[in-house]
Design a protein around this ligand. Structure first.
Ligand code: ATP
Ligand code: LTN
Length: 329
């Protein structure tokens, strides 16, 4: 069975962009891949989050993954920071990666833009190398990610190939898997910008655990255009195209069918239908989440996941250190 690996950083609440762009793919693919999905809590440290909030977010995130349908029997679920072999491999790979290639990473450029270099952490810069370690340590075949993370997986491939050439075959070369639709759900208030948990304006973001009536209002007040035609045209009609994408992903209808079904509808009518779908989704997730979060179910899942993940990761990290000639591995 081929191996799948992916992670999400717990620097805020999960939103429907995560659900559509990432979680649904993990759930679909867990049936046919040996899956490893983790909370990338070490990655979230790159922006120095509040420790108390981070702790809560990690637990919430695992609860939401499970509530969305991730099955611990099929998917090995764990916290990245508890598996010490990830940073162990990351140091070795940092010493085989170059400032030049890391400074070309779009996410780094965007996140460090307009900031004094004194306030940009080294972790933000080396973030993609830790991500490469997460992937390579499990010999992952596929890495499902949103479109914005593709470049990091490509860098991972380069790092792996370079290492294999220099020290002998060690790593499998992974493939990114980018969903065709829904890879970029946009902000409801500014549809030219990705929906993001770090957004200053929460009106543009639908959080999976938020009050359902509030979520409905956000859909109803989503920014659109004034020509009242429900047509998918990202360049000229980004707001309505984003709502079409959300509707299409939540109902599994293709975009042409959605356009046809709503050819004579007003924006208000269409938004109500989108809000109904969002309501159904949130209701379902929240009911399950409220059950899961009680007791020690989450801890048991994470303990089991960590045990499995550690065994595989340790072997690879030791192999790499041995090849590099450090210690007595
Ligand atoms: P953010 O910008 O919200 O901080 P991120 O993309 O930096 O998020 P994560 O939250 O770790 O980082 O994203 C986890 C996964 O969810 C990634 O594969 C990412 O591409 C995907 N994802 C995040 N936001 C969206 C979105 N708006 N639309 C589709 N996929 C998304
Ligand atoms: N950077 C990723 C989260 C992440 C990840 C990974 C995804 C960390 N390590 C390994 C896939 C594989 C993001 O989505 N922001």
């Amino acid at each position: 069975m081929k191996r799948l690996l992916s992670g999400i950083t717990p620097t805020g609440e999960l939103h429907i962009g995560h659900y559509i762009g990432a979680i649904t793919h993990f759930i679909e693919m867990q049936k046919s891949y040996e899956s490893f999905v983790f909370v990338a809590d070490l990655h979230s440290l790159t922006v120095n989050p509040d420790p108390k909030e981070l702790k809560e977010n990690i637990r919430k995130m695992v609860g939401v993954y499970l509530a969305c349908g991730l099955d611990p029997k099929q998917t090995c679920l764990f916290n990245q920071s508890e598996n010490i072999y990830h940073p162990m491999l990351s140091w070795a790979l940092e010493c085989n990666s170059y400032m030049g290639e890391l400074s070309r990473m779009t996410q780094y450029k965007e996140k460090s833009q307009n900031k004094q270099s004194e306030s940009v952490t080294c972790g933000l810069f080396t973030y993609p190398v830790l991500m490469a370690s997460d992937i390579l340590i499990y010999d992952a075949d596929v890495v499902p990610v949103g479109g914005d993370q593709k470049q990091h997986v490509e860098l991972t491939r380069n790092i792996a190939e370079r290492f294999n050439n220099k020290y002998g075959t060690t790593f499998k070369i992974p493939n990114p898997v980018i969903a065709e639709s829904g890879a970029r759900i946009m902000d409801l208030q500014n549809p030219n910008k990705k929906m993001s948990k770090s957004d200053e304006n929460p009106k543009g973001v639908i959080f999976l655990l938020e009050d359902i009536q509030k979520a409905r209002k956000k859909i109803m007040s989503a920014v659109t255009d004034s020509d009242n035609v429900i047509k998918y045209d990202v360049a000229n009609k980004p707001g309505i195209s984003n709502l079409i994408t959300i509707y299409s992903c939540l109902t599994n209808e293709n975009i042409d069918n959605v356009e046809e079904a709503f050819a004579n509808a007003s924006y208000g009518e269409f938004k109500t239908k989108v809000a109904d779908e969002v309501e159904k989704l949130l209701q379902n997730i929240q009911t399950k989440y409220n059950e899961i979060i009680k007791g020690d179910y989450i801890d048991n899942v994470l303990d089991e996941g960590l045990k499995r993940a550690e065994k595989i990761a340790k072997e690879k990290a030791y192999d790499v250190y041995k090849k590099l000639g450090v210690g007595r591995y």
